[in-house]
Design a protein around this ligand. Structure first.
Ligand code: NAD
Length: 400
């Protein structure tokens, strides 16, 4: 399958400021022998103006021309229905397509004979896939921004300040969930001068938290919930109850709580209960990075909304924080895309070798069929996103 012309579309999702390929990415693809078409204005919100793409060797074109001439289209989020209708049989679509959230998208791309490749299917523990790991690169940005959002909302300083007008104590920050986003949130809050504590249910996370210089919150539960592939498993009802009681007692002493806890293929666990919120001091801030339409880590948090409880705690249901740091997140995503394309394209031809675990993980549709096992299973099961599936990855979904 010849894929010598790559197209970069303008993102169509509401509030999405990222772009799939930066001008630096254009340079890389040009050096690999590809032609690059960029939809006019595609990089504007990420601070990559059209002339920067032209300078890197791309051609800036209309949407119609792009879909008409590109062999392979790169995006961040799935294109809107109206744009997807422009895709042609034999074209390749590459992005964070989240087919476990919307398996019907996979069906419609298969019917349209489009080959769909989704970066959220990448096997993350394969070391040669690390440079392609868009879930990690975007989680890293989300964790960084979560700490900034919390600091910006908090009505006092994060560091200790000693001035002629008095001394302020440093803010006490708790980060729950010490995966990629959580560790970055811990690092960022520490760099801002806060006293940071991290918590996770996986034993391995303790060393990760301590290596950042933060304190680890030991709830004394004696439970390690390490699951497959480095992810957490779901806690049993008894473990959950014990964890909740211990967290309720611990949370009230913190000024800022950032939650990032996910369990593959499951609704995110509620870790900050309304009891814990009620016990927090007025002026405290809680950022729920797991907030989605299926719930989050904070009882009552609403995805995309900021609410203040009766006792003065600001609860932020953070969604798509990478889009709020669009230049950095697009730059990292663009590198992930280039690394994946370098793996998949040889001499201008797309290699569809499902014996390769990276290809098998990311290939969703090909030859008019949905080929990804987890997506096929979901479709066979009724075709809708399972109630319990969070905004999670297909790579995670396989383990769940
Ligand atoms: P994630 O987004 O699935 O979850 C975030 C964190 O929440 C995890 O650390 C998880 O243990 C924690 N969590 C889940 N339930 C919890 C609960 N009830 N209470 C407290 N914490 C809870 O995780 P992620 O950031 O995608 O990373 C998960 C794992 O994958 C980590 O071990 C990470 O190091 C690993 N990883 C490895 C690679 C690699 O090897 N290349 C790349 C990325 C991630």
């Amino acid at each position: 399958m010849s894929v010598s012309t790559i197209g970069v579309v303008e993102e169509s999702a509401a509030g999405e400021h990222r772009v799939a390929l930066s001008p630096d990415g254009v340079l890389r693809l040009r050096a690999a022998g590809c032609d690059v078409l960029v939809e006019a204005g595609a990089g504007r919100s990420a601070w990559f103006p059209d002339p920067a793409y032209v300078e890197a060797g791309a051609r800036v074109v209309s949407k119609k021309e792009l879909y008409g001439h590109a062999d392979l289209v790169v995006c961040v989020q799935p294109p809107a229905d109206v744009d997807r209708a422009l895709l042609r049989p034999g074209q390749v679509l590459v992005g964070l397509l989240q087919p476990l959230i919307d398996p019907q998208l996979a069906t419609s791309l298969a019917v349209a004979k489009v080959t769909a490749i989704s970066l959220d299917g990448l096997p993350r523990t394969v070391s040669r896939a690390q440079s392609m790991d868009a879930l990690s690169s975007q989680a890293n940005v989300a964790g960084y921004k979560a700490a900034l959002v919390a600091a910006d909302t908090y009505g006092s300083y994060l560091p200790m300040f000693m001035t002629a007008a008095g001394t302020t104590r440093p803010a006490l920050v708790l980060v729950i969930g010490a995966g990629v986003a959580g560790l970055q949130a811990i690092g960022t809050a520490r760099r801002l001068g806060a006293l940071v504590t991290g918590y996770d249910v996986r034993d391995a996370a303790r060393a990760d938290v301590l290596s950042t210089g933060a304190t680890f919150l030991d709830l004394g539960l004696g439970v390690s919930a390490a699951g497959e592939g480095g992810y957490a498993r779901e806690l049993t009802a008894q473990e959950r109850q014990a964890q909740q009681a211990a967290l309720n007692a611990a949370i009230s002493k913190f000024d800022i709580v950032i939650t990032t806890a996910q369990v593959p293929g499951r609704r995110p666990p509620v870790l900050v209960s309304s009891t814990a919120l009620t016990a927090m001091r007025s002026g405290s801030v809680v950022v729920d990075l797991a907030a989605s339409k299926l719930g989050g880590n904070v009882e009552g948090s609403t995805a995309g909304a900021t609410e203040v409880t009766a006792n003065g705690v600001t609860v932020i249901g953070a969604t798509n924080l990478p889009s709020a740091v669009p230049k950095a997140s697009s730059t990292a995503y663009s590198r992930n895309i280039c690394a994946l394309l370098a793996h998949l394209i040889h001499d201008g031809e797309l290699a569809v070798d499902t014996a390769d675990e990276i290809t098998a993980g990311v290939l969703i549709t090909h030859g008019g069929e949905v080929v990804h096992p987890a997506v096929r299973a979901l479709l066979a099961d009724g075709g809708g996103a399972p109630e319990s599936t969070t905004h999670t990855s297909i790579e995670k979904g396989q383990g769940g």
